[in-house]
Design a protein around this ligand. Structure first.
Ligand code: HEM
Ligand code: HEM
Length: 296
């Protein structure tokens, strides 16, 4: 009887442990940038690919990292959109994280409100989704696009988190962006925190590098090239907490209307300057000719 009880207790403990591992795994949100994804090319690490902002375990399809003409370890969004055979081969893969090549601050996200711009984006748990088709005119059930709806989604909506898998991932919502000069202040010296940038994202290394130093490399710097050449590779960054992003990761499109306006302004100024110079030149020319005419 005692034995049965013991076996039962063991089984129960295993079950609790397994569900705990499952919950922890489900909550881990891994952010892969281009440089991190490159490490998952099927040689040292399993073969992963990115499609529409998500990273998938493609090990079964990409044997030794290769499937037909395509190689794992990269973002294949365009290739998948252009090729039915590839699209079919990768249709049922399991998602293991997000592919991040763009970030938004709340201020930037607010610009994609589906009104001023046709794109309607919302953030849930730091991930920015394209919800243009549901938030028509920028609104869905009284909620506005261009904002962080994490709480509303979790507490007020009838939706399960899984439904977000149907929406294209655009980027990552971050609290702040830093220029390289601003990053340099986070060098781990004195009371300063230690930050390091890898492929546009900024990680908090304060606990790992209390002195702000790691094998002759220093916090406060962009270490993308250095980590790619290090013995461990960029995948170690998957286990480090993100704290910010380099300003260059903000969407370029945000400034497009301003740039277009500026472009037009430059064209008008150019035409104006040409007109003035032209008329002066012509004026002088005809003036000289008139003078010559008088002379003659
Ligand atoms: C964050 C992104 C969200 C997406 C992608 C999304 C998507 C959708 C879709 C596709 C539908 C079904 C079509 C429709 O009725 O329009 C729907 C219904 C609905 N959504 Fe959302 N939604 C989001 C956020 C929210 C939030 C924050 C709320 C907050 C209350 C909400 C409340 C509802 C309600 C009440 C319905 C109707 C459900 C029903 O009729 O059974 N949604 N949503
Ligand atoms: C030649 C240069 C480097 C050497 C020899 C080196 C060596 C190591 C070693 C031995 C470890 C612990 C074991 C492991 O995880 O593999 C480690 C961990 C780590 N390294 Fe490097 N590393 C170098 C460059 C870099 C660079 C440039 C970064 C940029 C951010 C970096 C970030 C990390 C991180 C995040 C960890 C995991 C956390 C930790 O164990 O401290 N490493 N490195």
């Amino acid at each position: 009887m005692k034995k049965i009880k013991l076996i039962f207790q063991l089984l129960l403990t295993c079950l609790i442990l397994m569900s705990l591992i499952f919950v922890l795994q489900a909550e881990a949100a891994d952010y892969y940038t281009e440089v991190i994804l490159q490490e998952f090319d099927g040689s040292d690490n399993p073969a992963y690919i990115a499609n529409q902002g998500r990273v998938y375990d493609a090990n079964e399809v990409f044997e030794e990292g290769i499937y037909e003409d395509w190689e794992a370890g990269q973002n294949l969004t365009e290739e998948i959109a252009d090729n039915e055979e590839l699209a079919e081969a990768v249709a049922d893969l399991e998602s293991v994280g997000f592919y991040i090549d763009k970030v938004f601050t709340e201020e930037e996200l607010a610009k994609f409100d589906g009104e001023e711009r046709p794109e309607a984006y919302v953030a849930v748990e730091n991930i920015v989704y394209d919800v243009s088709d549901v938030f028509s005119g920028g609104e869905h059930r009284g909620y506005q696009a261009g904002s962080d709806l994490s709480e509303e989604f979790d507490q007020e909506s009838p939706h399960e988190e899984e439904m977000l898998a149907d929406y294209k991932v655009i980027g990552l919502l971050v609290d702040k962006t830093l220029s390289p000069a601003e990053l340099a202040e986070y060098d781990g010296e004195g009371d300063n925190d230690a930050y390091a940038a890898v492929d546009g994202l900024i990680y908090d290394m304060s606990e790992l590098w209390p002195e702000g130093e790691h094998y002759d490399y220093f916090a406060g710097e962009n270490l993308t090239t250095e980590i790619t050449n290090s013995p461990h590779g960029a995948e170690v960054m998957l286990d480090v907490g993100l704290t910010a992003a380099l300003t260059e990761m903000l969407p370029e499109s945000t400034d497009a209307p301003v740039d277009e306006e500026r472009g037009l302004l430059y064209i008008f100024i150019g035409i104006g300057v040409l007109a003035v110079v032209g008329s002066i030149a012509l004026g002088t020319h005809s003036f000289i000719f008139t003078l010559r005419g008088i002379d003659n």
